[in-house]
Design a protein around this ligand. Structure first.
Ligand code: BGC
Length: 586
């Protein structure tokens, strides 16, 4: 990815605190009343996440709803979701998203926003629904016993000295430590069927729940396999595994900047994502028979970073990414997943955070961290996040011993080379550790840990440099010295020359919970030409070896292997290459 300047969210400087919550309803039994608003502000020193729940207590509304209020202070909204929110001076108007134009009697709508403020974050005094003040009701069926009617007089302005701790008696700090990983028998069978595959087939790989049908399992196994979530959890228990890794990957408008992994849900399908996808997964994970397993959920690959770098006005920005930013589907979807899947004592959420070749530039790094915080806050608490994963299904080298950001050649920095292109990072380990530090600094718990997907970032074999180049020409030096042998660091599909990377390992380096194989080696990233399928997978030319690229990969060749099947399907030639180029070697 090229560095792209975007206006980011406001960096929150401290851990979150609840500073205000209010129920705006009178207790009168008058039938003339129209609405009730529940408002809460989850504040830190310079900003807050507001959530608004409006309940229509009057006649049904069908032609759209509008909630208005005035902020008493200098609160300024920077981003909203699940409603279109505009602010003029202190006055705010939130109108329904297209998928939620009606509000039946007693029906409610939920939306939220992030905002800046200074001084005191006093809650708005009144709200209106379609111009009618929400000051009365026919009486809530279960009235709050002690509704807070005024905001706290002295909201905390400094971060708490001790970070929030995990729920009592529950999660361990690093779920990988001292635990054996679940080996997916379906992946193992495919690996074992390849010559020499049994050398690696006993490694734990993640199970991708990449569509609703994957929860119960599918009879057609055109990609991924037929076992459902319960089958995998039962098999993990039978294996005596300590942990299982699942990928939660079905957001509305999925893969908004590419085509190879578009999913089944349209941009406005957030409600369906919640009820038909996340809720059933959460219900299965909650089954008491899985209580001894550490269930690791890798949350929504590429989604939040796409909202930072791939919206309009940026090199390669797309209309779908614009839509998903505007309608809040990604932030709210990730928030919902974190909330539901983080609730259990034995579940662990790791949110996807792209890789150094995507968000390593400061102009992407900081806003990406901010949107991670927004999603965590949308979930209700940063405690729902155990950590983050980088390099998922990507190829960035773990270490670049000869090309560090400080390396100078002939009086020039390697950052000036075409390959590095001013990125602040050149390898994944340094990047993941720095991103962890950044996330903690803006309000995540200090014990969060990172995962790095090392399934395909080995870059061994004869093309691997064993020493720094002696060239004094910057581009030549970098190209001859770098471990990552891709044509361009923005290339991502079935990369030619790649090898298996570090085998899955717990706690391999400071701040890193584990090296993991989340992308199962041998499963394709996308088809090299259009292959009709019923999984919503498109054809992305970045998977076509003849494609000469676009703005996102510096108009370079794609570097993809030929004859690839659709994403998720077994790609024998790729698996063989990954074994041949493994580093460490097999
Ligand atoms: C695909 C998924 C697949 C996963 C793992 C993704 O690129 O979209 O369907 O499960 O890779 O192979």
């Amino acid at each position: 990815m090229r560095p792209v300047l975007i206006r980011g969210l406001t960096a929150a400087a401290a851990a979150s605190l609840i500073t205000g919550a209010g129920i705006f309803a009178a207790t009168s039994a008058s039938a003339a009343a129209g609405c009730r608003v529940d408002y809460s502000a989850n504040s830190w020193s310079t900003g807050f996440t507001g959530t608004v729940n409006v309940t229509n207590l009057g006649d049904p509304i069908s032609g759209g709803w509008r909630v208005t209020w005035a902020f008493p202070g200098n609160q300024q909204i920077t981003q909203g979701w699940s409603a279109t929110i505009t602010q003029s001076g202190a006055n705010v108007t939130a109108t329904n998203p297209s998928w939620s134009a009606s509000l039946p009697t007693n029906g409610s709508a939920n939306f939220g926003f992030n905002a800046n403020y200074s001084g005191t974050n006093t809650n708005p005094a009144t709200f209106s629904l379609n111009g009618v003040a929400c000051t009365g009701s026919t009486g809530p069926t279960t009235p709050p016993t002690t509704p807070p009617t005024t905001p706290p007089t002295t909201p905390p302005t400094t971060p708490p000295t001790t970070p929030p701790t995990n729920p009592p008696g529950s999660k361990v700090d690093n779920p990988y430590a001292g635990a054996k990983g679940y080996v997916n028998p379906e992946w193992k069978a495919k690996a074992d069927a390849e010559p020499g595959g049994s050398r690696v087939s006993n490694n734990p790989t993640a199970v991708w729940l990449d569509r609703i049908a994957a929860i119960n399992g599918t009879s057609d196994s055109s990609s991924n396999g037929a076992m459902g979530l319960r089958d995998h959890l039962d098999a993990a228990v039978a294996q005596g595994a300590g942990y299982i890794q699942l990928v939660i990957y079905n957001l509305p408008g999925r893969d908004c900047a590419a085509l190879a992994s578009n999913g089944e849900l349209g941009p406005n399908d957030l409600p369906k994502y919640k009820t038909d996808y996340i809720d059933p997964i959460a219900a299965i994970q909650a089954d008491a028979k899985y209580r001894s397993l550490r269930i690791i959920n890798v949350i929504e690959i590429d989604s939040l970073p796409n909202l930072i770098t791939n919206t309009s006005g940026q090199a390669g920005g797309t209309a779908t990414c614009d839509t998903m930013k505007a309608n809040g589907g990604y932030v709210q979807g990730v928030g919902y997943a974190l909330n539901k899947l983080g609730a259990l004592a034995n579940t662990y959420n790791y949110v996807d955070a792209a890789h150094h070749g995507w968000i390593g530039w400061d102009s992407n790094f900081n806003p990406t961290a901010d949107i991670m915080l927004a999603a965590a806050q949308a979930s209700g608490s940063v405690n729902n996040v155990t950590g983050f994963i980088t390099n998922t299904a990507n190829y960035s080298a773990l270490r670049e011993p000869f090309v560090q950001p400080t390396t100078q050649v002939g009086g020039q920095s390697v950052r000036q080379s075409k390959w590095v292109d001013w990125n602040q990072y050149t390898d994944e380990l340094t990047f993941a550790q720095a991103f962890r530090t950044k996330l903690v600094s803006i309000g995540f718990n200090s014990n969060i840990g990172m995962l790095i997907d090392t399934s395909r970032n080995g870059w061994g074999g004869s093309a691997r440099p064993t020493a720094a180049s002696t060239s004094t020409v910057i581009d030549t030096f970098v190209n001859e010295s770098r471990i990552d042998r891709r044509i361009h660091a923005g290339n991502w599909c079935n990369q030619s020359g790649a090898g298996l990377g570090e085998r899955p390992t717990a706690a391999p380096a400071a701040g890193i919970d584990a090296y993991v194989w989340v992308k199962p080696p041998g499963e394709s990233d996308g088809s090299s030409s259009l292959i009709p399928n019923d999984e919503g997978k498109g054809f992305d030319r970045m998977c076509d070896p003849t494609y000469t690229g676009n703005a996102r990969n510096g108009n370079s060749l794609s570097g993809a292997l030929p004859n690839a099947p659709i994403s998720g399907a077994w790609f024998s030639a790729q698996f063989r290459q990954l074994m041949a180029n493994a580093y460490p070697a097999l």
